[in-house]
Design a protein around this ligand. Structure first.
Ligand code: PAF
Length: 282
């Protein structure tokens, strides 16, 4: 496995692999790898000849007062895990390498980024779509791998890739969870013992919402309120949002039909966790 800090070197290495006829899979991450990331790497390994893992805590997707400085980092452990999982190349640039002085270009997906996490993190998705476009440009992958835990992000990147004809297949892999249901996230390390004990309520409430829809409920507001009330029953939890949106538009629905995303963001102490479930109504 090779580690590179520079765009030019990554381009050259990927070109060389392509020259040998290799297909290229990219797993973009912000590091502090956990089993969720590794499941993406394994999927990429199965489907591609050459696997690139990027590790970059992207400053442009953090808002003022968010956790850019404190975001957990452990490059040494990440490199070990990447090597064990069969990554060929790790791209771990510094911020100056990714954003040259005078950077003025942004990629923005309209509408889909306004609701859900976009409401409380207004510039977040612009940062994500810009850095992912740059990573696509540098690594020129055939396929790129994202987790369903960041459900809105996965939809937004899929739409951007389609709208801009980026020629990359976006693969979205299922959420990986702890035994008690908590979705794996690098941010889980922030949780105190008490918050950690309370956090699985997020997934439990979403599952109960899904069961309610399965039992025939079609009024979206009834399901949103049920999920919200259930989460608010935990004193450690403070709801940012509970939403039920169409997977096509990511706009809130009134009547549940077709495919919808039931998603929530909840603060446990200062830690904001997200989770979601896709529900298909026949
Ligand atoms: O999901 C993440 O870790 C990040 O948003 C991503 C896609 C690597 C872009 O910085």
């Amino acid at each position: 496995m090779k580690l590179s800090r520079g765009k030019a070197e990554v381009r050259a290495l990927v070109e060389e692999a392509r020259g040998r006829g290799a297909s290229v899979g990219l797993v973009p991450t912000m590091g502090y790898l956990h089993e969720g990331h590794l499941s993406l790497v394994r999927r990429a390994r199965e489907q591609n000849d050459y696997v690139v893992l990027s590790i970059f805590v992207n400053p442009t997707q953090f808002g003022p007062g968010e956790d850019l400085e404190s975001y957990p980092r452990d490059l040494e452990s990440d490199l070990e895990l990447a090597e064990q999982s069969g990554v060929d190349l790790v791209f771990a640039p510094e911020a100056e390498e990714m954003y040259a002085p005078g950077h003025r270009t942004w990629v923005e997906v309209e509408e889909l980024t306004r609701g859900l996490c976009g409401r409380s993190r207004p510039d977040h998705f612009r940062g994500v779509t810009t850095v992912v476009t740059k990573l696509f440009g540098i690594c020129r992958p055939d396929r790129a791998y994202f987790g369903q835990k960041d459900g809105q992000q996965a939809f937004v990147i899929g739409r951007m890739t389609r709208d801009l004809d980026l020629g990359v297949e976006v693969v979205v892999a299922p959420i990986v969870r702890e035994a008690d249901g908590l979705a794996l996230s690098s941010r889980n390390v922030y949780l105190s013992e008490e918050e950690r004990r309370a956090a699985p309520i997020l997934q439990r409430a979403l599952c109960e919402g899904e069961v309610t829809v399965g039992a025939g409920e079609r009024d979206a507001e009834a399901v949103r309120s049920q999920v919200r009330r259930r989460i608010e029953g935990a004193p450690e939890a403070r709801v940012d949002y509970v939403e039920l949106v169409s997977t096509e538009t990511l706009q809130s629905v009134e009547l549940i039909a077709g495919e919808v995303l039931l998603a929530a963001a909840v603060f446990f102490g200062k830690t904001r966790l997200i989770d979601n479930v896709i529900i298909k109504v026949p």
